[in-house]
Design a protein around this ligand. Sequence first.
Ligand code: NAD
Length: 435
Amino acid sequence: MTAVTLNPGIQNRNLPSYLDPQHLGPWATYLEQVERVTPYLGQLAYWIDSLKRPQRILIVDCPIRLDDGSVAHFEGYRVQHNTSRGPGKGGVRFHQNVNLSEVMALSAWMTIKHAAVNLPYGGAKGGIRVDPRTLSITELERLTRRYTSEIGFIIGPDKDIPAPDVNTNPQVMAWMMDTYSMNTGRTATGVVTGKPVNLGGSLGRADATGRGVFVAATEAMKQVGVPLEGARVAVQGFGNVGGAAARIFHDHGAKVVAIQDVTGTIFSSAGIDPKAALEFLRRTGKIVGFPGTETLEPHELWTVECEVLIPAALEGVITEKTAPLITARVVVEGANGPTTPAADDILLEKGVLVVPDVLANAGGVTVSYFEWVQDFSSFFWTEDEINARLDRIMKEAFSSLWEVSQRHKVSLRTAAYIVACTRVLEAHALRGIYP
Ligand code: NAD
């Protein structure tokens, strides 16, 4: 047989990512988190296997015509992890490292998050394995539309409702909504959330996740006695979540001392004005070089002296290696899955309070829920109403999970999993197994 040599780019594109042993990480993290909580579930543990496998996995090929006339294929996913408590819901990620394990884990974390905060949804997530920076805007639109068409038969306002995640935004949601609407013959605003406001989007959605991170962080800071005024904050990720969180902390008197994004890491002991840094990023395409700051090596972020650390980029960054370096009193997980279970143990031992992703970043999906409700009723609320409801839900969720963590003497993450798994498995047990 003649050996066929493929060019490395094509080889990489054709290799099913879930066969790549390098990419088993996030799903393994989720499984370990579920294992840890099982002893607290009593008789409901009988049903635990239903949480250890996604209900539905769809892998799609998305061919698109590039601007130069050639055709490129991209691998897309939509995973519905569990719909016992309601329709699936979860974001869509465009990233070159997206793979099945990651999307499975992200969909499962959505199941846990919705149940922990008591939103009437199951968990889902989607993504395309693509570096969107390599595509023109028209190529990105074609890819989004093809992906939406391919997953169209399993999404819908009462089935599964996508939203933005890493590298997707209101414009991408507008294309998804339009494609789904064209394919179904009616304008269905409720099929996605995180849309532009004049297309059925909600006021307050853009800042919602960052705002929720801020509310959860301040509740946690009260518990460990760290005053907000002057608190030093370090942020990894300066997008939707990290950008808004940094801005809101700054506006409330905290000092943002370090910011890291994919382009680099900046530090200033005197504090960075996130609004000006975002403007600088918009103008120059990077944060490094922002006046008044020094540049750090990426790994130095973890050593920055601070009271609050907000990982708000990607998963698996706080590990056995980085956790021992952390000086913060509170770690607030803006990102999904940033802390490995081994790192969790290290932080617990060091007395660092970790506000887990399923609580800390639930503000985004909470306002997505408000958006979905507003779309169904075609009646829209003011931004003040939305922010007030968001603050109330975040504070109530924090205090009820805090109470569970104190009662069982467990971390906030384990408390969130106890509450969430109980809610999901109760629903599952009540519904029974079909047929
Ligand atoms: P985004 O695309 O708006 O921003 C991502 C940020 O991370 C960017 O600043 C990017 O430069 C930075 N980044 C990427 N790779 C990095 C690296 N290797 N090192 C350092 N920084 C890096 O994405 P987002 O919507 O802000 O999402 C960030 C995280 O928050 C993800 O884990 C996502 O799942 C989670 N999340 C997002 C929302 C939401 O509403 N957007 C809600 C809940 C959770």
